[in-house]
Design a protein around this ligand. Sequence first.
Ligand code: NAP
Length: 265
Amino acid sequence: MFTSVAGRTVIVTGGGKGIGKGIARVFARSGANVIITGRDEETLATTAKELTAAGRVVDGVAGGVVSYVVADVVSAGDAARVAATARERHGGIDVVCANAGIFPSATLAEMTVEDIDTMLGVNVKGAILSVQACLPELIASGHGRVILTSSITGPVTGFPGWSHYGASKAAMLGFMRTAAIELARDKITVNAVLPGNIVTEGLSSLGADYLASMEGAIPMGRLGEVDEVGYAALFLASDEAAYITAQSITVDGGQILPESPAALE
Ligand code: NAP
C-alpha cells in the first residue's frame, strides 16, 4: 500500500527545513525523486545531501534522490525554472507540494500594507505560481497530485496576530476547490494538509512560552513532528488516493477538538 510514488518526481517548495523537509524525507524514503526549493542555498544543499542518504530504492525502481533548486515562490520566472529543471533531471513532474510559507505576527491594528502584501504574496500567490508552472508536466503524468500546506489557523481556528496569516491559509483552500474542478478531467487531484503546531525552525522562533502554551492545548499532549505531516502528504499522493480531491487532512494531535480548556482537564 502507498508505494506508488517510487520513481515518481516530487517538488516540495520550502523543502530545505521544517515541514517541507519532513515531507521531502517521507517521499525520498518511499522511493520518490524529490526536488526541494527555497531561497537559502546552503540549507538546501545540506538538506538534499542528508535526505538523499536517507532515501531508498523501492521495488527496484530508481529513486530516493533529493536535489535542490534555489527559487523564490513569489517569482513566476523561478517557478518556471523549477519546472524546467525537474523535466531535465527526471523527465517530468508527478507531485507538487506547495509548502513554502511564512508566519510573521502583526495585530490588525499594527499591520502595514507591506505586511499584508508579503504574507499573501508568499503564502497564496507563491502556492498558485508553484502549481501553475508545473501544470503541463502534471497533466502529462496522468496521475498528477497537488498537495497544499495550509494550516488549522484560518480554515478552522484563529490566533491574535495572525489575521493576515489566517486569511492566507484559508485562501489556499479556496484556490484548492476551484483548481480541483478545473484539473479533475486531467486526473490531477488537489488536496491540502492542515498542520496544527509542528516542531520546526519557524515555529521554534516563536519562543519557548508559545511552544509550552500550545502543548497544553493539544489533547495528545505534544507538538507534532514534521514527518507526521509528510505521511499525510504521502497518502494524498498515492494511487490509492486517486478519487480524493479538494479535501484536507488535519494533522494536529486533536488540537481543534476541545470546546473549552475544561475539556482538557
Ligand atoms: P519554516 O521552518 O520557517 O520553513 C519555511 C520554509 O519555507 C523554508 O524552507 C523557507 O526556505 C521556505 N520559504 C519561505 N519563504 C519562501 C519564499 N519566498 N520562497 C521560497 N521558499 C520560501 O516553516 P514551517 O513551520 O516548516 O512551515 C512550513 C509551512 O507549513 C508553511 O506554509 C506554514 O504556514 C505551514 N504551517 C506550519 C505550522 C507549524 O506548526 N510549523 C503549522 C501550520 C502550518 P527559505 O528560507 O530558504 O526560503
